[in-house]
Write a protein that binds this ligand. Structure first.
Ligand SMILES: Cc1ncc(C[n+]2csc(CCOP(=O)(O)OP(=O)(O)O)c2C)c(N)n1
Ligand SMILES: [Mg+2]
Length: 554
């Protein structure tokens, strides 16, 4: 942290804000309440250094920080009141934990004398720290103003080092409001990258040398290693695929970048799989079984895993594991393979091209979703962010939308958090004001956060929200029709008129009913520089199920 050595008394809230400034934070997403008044007053006084974005529900504060973090790889910070505020943001924290996104939650507590006394103080939870610890990587209490710098530095270290993830700090009401002498530390230590063990590299190289058709699958842990991953892929003529968080690391219009379904087509002939920063949900759950646990896969293919979290090697046991940063380990593999005698496999790239073509042809039947996705891909710049929510179009985007730049496909990961999309896209836009941000939701998911149209309008966040309106929790409705004898329940939705809804918020709205009609409206909306909602009318029951390309059995 930079220089502030001032020791005149300041409030706990002011100390937290000074610590954030020292750590380079320039945006925070927050919703105030009594326990946080001194923190928000400090934010008001330091608004020259930190911009505070308000929201209309705490879940949005959490999702905005998540969107900022997932789209940039840098920490996103939010602040909400304790108790219900924290619980309202809980799904966002769990989503960040599942996605390894660096998110810092700052919250309050009941007054220190009341903690653990069960007297029913405002916003009291039985054990807030325990609750936070179960949905974050790390959480701690700041006991008094003087402790703010140390705890904040440790929070930052926990959030950004090793496997990144969300962290939380809480501070009792009286302590956050009270004053004390606070000495800001001078510098935050940057954690050094873990060096790979040469024996681990050698074991991986031995497997790769024997392999004729290696495949690389990436997760969000490889998002910072795009150049190295591409070099490794080009060296091995290996296809590079991903399910959600690892997409865009190698562009899917690069000859070696493959969709999840093209990767599935190439899977039977794969003799070595190199998983980088990924839990490998696709091959060992989606392509195998969601019900049967695979602890250590049987070769072929042999499994090589690169992960900074050594615990991953126990959760899914590889035949060669490299515990290190994705970039550092991938470079070490490239260096070692450069010295090896491995021969290229003739025709490997042509086979990949063939699989990509065949995959593309097979998925054509997923209409009308694919036709809409094709228009979206055609209109959006390469580096535009797409925030796809669970919906018929969102699911289809898993395999039917080319991702072309790292971090541009902002997904919710394995939490499958309906309702994250539009609120998350607001944080993506706040953190990337000069880039195009499009959220894509169903009518059901969008309504989880429709009130944030007010936030978009008030904060001037020019997100384009595409809402596919089939007047249903369509996915559930279809499952009930096909698997439960047509007994539909809780899945048919009577919606507001979305055009009247956006008008009430002062947001521009358009309604379209065909991919052709979407094209010019979307092209204009992404240049509008203000929030725009585009409702896509979908006649109920017309969407083809995308599931055969998501749960695939080999
Ligand atoms: C927080 C949460 N609640 C419930 C679900 C279950 N769920 C998955 S998809 C879905 C329906 C989505 O409806 P909509 O957003 O309208 O998209 P559609 O399938 O109709 O295109 C539901 C309820 C979930 N994934 N997450
Ligand atoms: Mg719907």
């Amino acid at each position: 942290m930079a220089g502030n050595t001032e020791t005149s008394p300041i409030t706990g809230g002011m100390a937290i804000v000074e610590a954030l400034i020292a750590m380079g934070v320039d945006r925070i997403y927050g919703l105030p309440g009594a326990q946080l008044y001194s923190l928000f007053d400090a934010l008001a006084q330091r608004s020259d250094r930190i911009r505070t974005y308000g929201a209309r529900h705490e879940q949005t504060c959490g999702y905005m920080a998540f969107g900022a973090a997932r789209s940039t790889g840098r920490p996103g910070v939010f602040t909400v009141v304790p108790g219900p505020g924290v619980l309202n943001a809980g799904a966002a924290l769990a989503t960040a934990l599942g996605s390894c996104a660096p998110v810092l939650c700052i919250t309050g507590q009941v007054p220190s004398a009341f903690i653990g006394r069960g007297r029913g103080h405002l916003h009291e939870l039985p054990d807030q720290l325990a609750t936070l610890r179960s949905i974050t990587k790390w959480a701690a209490r700041i006991e008094r103003p003087a402790d703010v710098p140390d705890v904040m530095v440790e929070a930052w270290r926990q959030m950004t080092s090793g496997r990144p993830g969300p962290v939380a700090v809480e501070m009792a009401w009286d302590q956050m409001a009270g004053s004390g002498e606070v000495e800001m530390p001078r510098a935050t230590a940057v954690p050094a990258s873990t060096r790979p063990d040469p024996r681990e590299i050698a074991a991986a190289v031995a497997l790769i040398e024997r392999a004729r058709r290696p495949m690389i699958l990436t997760g969000s842990g490889a998002q910072g290693a795009a150049t190295a991953v591409r070099e490794l892929a080009e060296m091995l003529d290996a296809p590079v695929g991903a399910f959600r968080g690892g997409r865009g690391i190698v562009a899917e219009d690069h000859p070696l970048g493959v969709s999840s379904y093209a990767a599935f087509k190439l899977w039977p002939q794969t003799d070595v799989l190199i998983g980088i920063g990924s839990r490998l949900e696709m091959p060992y759950m989606r392509w195998a079984s969601m019900m049967h646990l695979i602890d250590k896969p049987e070769p072929p293919p042999h499994l090589i895993r690169i992960d900074i979290d050594g615990g991953e090697m126990d959760r899914l046991k590889p035949h060669a594991g490299i515990v290190a940063d994705a970039e550092v380990a991938t470079r070490a593999l490239i260096d070692a393979l450069g010295r090896s005698k491995r021969q290229r496999t003739p025709g490997a790239v042509a086979e990949i091209d063939e699989a990509k073509r065949a995959a593309r042809a097979d998925i054509q039947k997923i209409q009308p979703q694919l036709a809409y996705l094709d228009v979206i891909r055609e209109v959006l710049p390469r580096d535009a962010f797409l925030v796809p929510e669970l919906s018929q179009a969102g699911f289809t985007s898993y395999f039917g939308y080319d991702v072309r730049e790292p971090r541009t496909y902002v997904s919710e990961g394995y939490q499958g958090t309906l309702g994250f999309g539009f609120p998350t896209s607001l944080g993506v836009k706040a953190a990337n004001p000069d880039r195009v941000v499009v959220s894509m939701s169903g009518d059901g998911g969008f309504m989880f956060g429709a009130q944030e149209l007010a936030t978009a309008a008030q904060e001037g966040l020019g997100v384009v929200a595409i809402v596919f309106n089939n007047r249903a929790f369509g996915n559930v409705l279809r499952d009930q029709k096909t698997s439960f004898g047509n007994r539909t329940i809780g899945s048919v939705l009577a919606n507001p008129d979305f055009m009247m809804l956006v008008k009430a918020f002062g947001v521009e709205g358009h309604r379209v009913a065909s991919p052709g009609a979407l094209r010019p409206v979307l092209a204009k909306a992404i240049t509008a520089g203000k929030p725009v909602l585009i409702e896509v009318e979908i006649a109920g029951g017309t969407e083809v199920s995308p599931w055969e390309f998501i749960h695939m059995k080999s």
